[in-house]
Design a protein around this ligand. Structure first.
Ligand code: AMP
Length: 285
């Protein structure tokens, strides 16, 4: 595995492969690798000749009171995991390499997609995400980009960005990888105290409940949301940030559930904010 810090070096390395018509799969991450990330890497390995992993804790997607400074950085373990996962090139640039002094260009995806759900409590977050992903796509120029369904809003924003800005890349969304008890894997789960960790399963359980209610014929989003809200309130001490029932592509709230639906939740346990979601198919009931 090649470890590359400079954009120019990565470009040189990948140019040689591209000339041999090798297909490049790209998995962007912020490190602290877990099974969720590794699943994306495995899918990329299966579908491409070459897999590029990026590890970059992107400062522009963190708000001033968020956890940029304390975000888990586990470089040595990440290296071992990346190597074992068969990564060909690990791109880990410094902040000045990605954002040299005087860098003033940003990618803004329309606020209908970026000011709702997580965007409502994290202003500027998706501007940072869209900008860094646009930059990484220009640097890596992959054939396929791998994202996790765990971050459903990020998937919607990046899919729109790729389409609107004509990036020649196929976006592959991998299903959410979960712990045995259903908690969606996340680099932030390690912040949870034991009691919070136990209670955090309420997110997935509430989503299962919501999905079951829709499968059983419930069509009113308000009823489904209330059901989920009650479950989380009764089974955890977490503070609900949002519970939403939206169109998976536009992220706009549904008036009635008569189409493919995204159920999404965000809950705070102390300083740790957890998100999870469930895609619910259209049921003919
Ligand atoms: P992050 O390092 O948290 O920025 O995540 C990097 C990529 O891994 C993103 O596309 C995430 O959606 C994806 N990812 C994170 N957690 C999971 C998970 N539990 N299952 C599947 N994909 C995930």
């Amino acid at each position: 595995m090649k470890i590359i810090r400079k954009i120019s070096n990565l470009r040189k390395t990948l140019h040689a492969y591209r000339r041999q018509r090798k297909k490049i799969g790209f998995v962007p991450t912020m490190g602290a690798l877990h099974e969720g990330h590794l699943a994306l890497l495995r899918q990329s390995r299966k579908e491409n000749d070459l897999t590029v992993l990026s590890i970059f804790v992107n400062p522009t997607q963190f708000g001033p009171n968020e956890d940029y400074k304390t975000y888990p950085r586990t470089w040595k373990i990440d290296l071992q995991k990346a190597e074992a996962a068969g990564v060909d090139s690990l791109f880990s640039p410094t902040v000045p390499e990605m954002y040299p002094a005087g860098c003033v260009s940003w990618v803004n995806v329309d606020e209908n997609l970026t000011s709702t759900l997580c965007g409502a409590s994290r202003p500027g977050h998706f501007r940072g995400v869209a900008t860094v992903v646009a930059k990484l796509l220009n640097i890596v120029q992959p054939n396929r980009l791998y994202l996790g369904q765990k971050d459903a809003q990020q998937c919607a924003v990046i899919q729109k960005l790729v389409k609107d800005l004509n990036y020649p890349v196929a976006v592959r969304i991998h299903p959410t990888v979960r712990e045995k008890d259903g908690l969606a894997m996340s680099s932030r789960n390690r912040y949870l105290k034991p009691q919070e960790r136990r209670e955090a399963t309420a997110l997935n359980q509430a989503l299962c409940l919501g999905k079951a209610a829709i499968a059983a014929g419930k069509k009113n989003p308000a009823h489904v949301i209330t059901l989920m809200r009650r479950y989380i309130q009764n089974h955890s001490s977490g503070i609900i940030d949002y519970i939403a029932c939206v169109d998976p592509a536009t992220l706009q709230p549904l008036k009635t559930i008569n189409q493919k639906t995204l159920l999404a939740v965000a809950v705070r346990f102390g300083k740790t904010r957890l998100i999870d979601n469930r895609l619910v198919p259209t049921y003919n009931v």
